[in-house]
Design a protein around this ligand. Structure first.
Ligand SMILES: *Cc1c(COP(=O)(O)O)cnc(C)c1O
Length: 426
């Protein structure tokens, strides 16, 4: 992956060119998400090359970017899918994904479980209550178990998905209750799943794999171990991207060792979201106002987008590269420090927080901007379109465009209308 800072200290575009960004705005309006098919393919190929001993399934955690066109493209490359709700599972099927390729691990068991099961969607129980309910509804059937191994490594309190502070999965000390429920309902635990957001450190992945394999010993029918996602990618210029070969090698060795000790050839599953999609997306928007708060204050760039399209900076203080694309009319070049804010009447609608501190203002060095300039926010392919403060201030959902490998731009979601925002009222 190229770094996103050029030698003048200003962040640069990833897959768009200035001309392309201007063309996108002219054709599709502002703001608009653009996804790069070439990057999606490259990331998928990197995941499919994850080291494994006895077979590998890569599931796209579809909550990261659930547009049908993205799901269809990933399916064509051989990916399977991780759905986080019954709605997502149904959405994937509507996009044409085969139900057998969808695995549901959800915080809220859907009401239409019988239909999802009948169609072939796989299920992973994420709590004792879910395990019991599944067993009552489908005695004697196969399922997976999501366990909380007691360790977490998310990059903030809000992204920590393992350990005693996370509600996801069955606590690792509850195995006796698990075995009772499995026995009472004659269930077959065919998959053991952990997802703790392990990040970039191979030692953490090795440790999690070790703990998960240890737990797998308790489930002799398990054929598959799913180690979740959480392969971090650099969105900001100073962040690191996970080297899948490096984190995967010691994991593969552990599977080989497990086979030597138990004779069991376990298949590996991983389910990245951010790794597959984050760098493949950019938000093209516009500088619609510039405001100053005086000599001791700040210069603010106000965009025609914000938490309604990219919520992560407000939520976690996450860093996204922001590039001002100079307009066609010549004017003074140069750089300047700006605070970049969104269009919502909400002081938390800030796109340049300090890293990990959503409430701290961190002015950023950008190309000198003028009202009307195109602005591109990078790293917007995952957890942006699908996870935003949608319709706040009644701003309609932005359009989505796919930049195909042949260079063509294809509209894959129209911009929402005001009628669509209000259609279910009164
Ligand atoms: C969100 C999620 C993922 C994907 O996480 P990333 O950090 O985007 O890779 C994988 N598995 C489960 C169970 C999830 O909830």
């Amino acid at each position: 992956m190229p770094t996103t800072k050029n030698n003048s200290g200003i962040e640069s575009l990833r897959f768009l060119t200035p001309a392309r960004a201007i063309e996108v705005r002219a054709r599709f309006g502002s703001p608009v998400y653009v996804y790069d098919q070439e990057t999606l393919r490259r990331q998928a190929e990197a995941c499919l090359a994850f080291p494994h001993a006895f077979g590998l399934t890569v599931r796209f955690a579809m909550k990261a970017c659930p547009n049908a066109a993205i799901l269809q493209f990933f399916e064509s490359l051989g990916l399977h899918f991780d759905a986080s709700s019954g709605w997502e599972a149904t959405r994937a099927m509507r996009a044409g994904v085969a139900p057998q390729k969808i695995s549901l691990a959800t915080q809220e068991m859907p009401e239409n479980m019988p239909e999802l099961r009948r169609r072939g969607v796989l299920f992973t129980a994420c709590s004792l209550n879910q395990l019991d309910r599944f067993g009552r509804q489908f005695p004697g059937e196969k399922l997976g178990l999501r366990l909380n191994p007691g360790l977490g490594s998310g990059h903030s309190g809000k992204t920590n998905v393992g350990g005693p502070g996370a509600s996801f999965g069955i606590w690792h000390e509850s195995l006796e209750e698990v075995q009772d429920l499995v026995m009472n309902h004659r269930l077959h635990v065919v998959k053991v799943h952990t997802h703790i957001g392990s990040g970039t450190d191979p030692a953490v992945w090795q440790h999690v794999a070790k703990m998960t394999l240890q737990l797998t010993r308790e489930f002799p029918e398990a054929e598959t171990v799913n180690l979740g996602g959480g392969f971090k990618v650099a969105r900001g210029a100073d962040e690191k991207t996970t080297d899948l070969q490096k984190v995967g090698a010691p994991v593969k060795a552990l599977f080989v060792q497990f086979e030597r000790e138990t004779g069991r050839k376990l298949k590996l599953e991983i389910e990245p979201g951010a790794f597959l999609a984050a760098q493949a997306g950019a938000l093209v928007c516009s500088v619609q106002d510039i405001v100053s708060t005086g000599k001791k204050g700040h210069e603010f760039l106000k965009l025609d987008a914000g938490m309604t399209e990219i919520l992560r900076p407000s939520l976690y203080g996450s860093q996204h590269a922001i590039i001002v694309v100079p307009g066609p009319i010549s004017r003074s070049a140069g750089k300047k420090k700006y605070l970049v804010v969104g269009h919502c009447c909400e002081s938390g609608d800030l796109l340049t927080p300090a890293p990990g501190q959503p409430e701290t203002l961190a002015p950023r060095l950008l190309a000198r901007a003028e009202i009307g300039d195109v602005c591109v926010i990078e790293g917007a392919g995952a957890y942006c379109s699908g996870m935003s403060a949608k319709n706040y201030n009644s701003f309609p959902e932005a359009a989505e465009v796919l930049l195909r490998e042949d260079g063509a731009l294809r509209l894959i979601r129209r911009r929402q209308s005001l009628e669509q925002i209000t259609q279910n009222e009164g």
